[in-house]
Design a protein around this ligand. Structure first.
Ligand SMILES: [Zn+2]
Length: 62
């Protein structure tokens, strides 16, 4: 059993097969895919945070 020498996986964003070993962007294939995914996360967090702030403001008005 000589598996694991050339481990490969598929990038969760573009589904391109990439080598796992020595890949600084894993689990993505490249910096671009990694940044796109991180950006998506940040956007969702921003929306949730904005809603929270609105609620607090309404509370303070009381
Ligand atoms: Zn990719």
């Amino acid at each position: 059993m000589n598996q694991g020498t050339t481990r490969q996986f598929h990038c969760p964003r573009c589904r391109k097969p990439v080598a796992w070993e020595g890949n600084p962007w894993r689990p993505f294939c490249s910096e671009k895919c990694r940044l796109v995914d991180l950006g998506r996360w940040a956007q969702e967090e921003y929306v949730i945070a904005g809603e929270k702030v609105s609620e607090e403001e309404s509370d303070n008005n009381n």
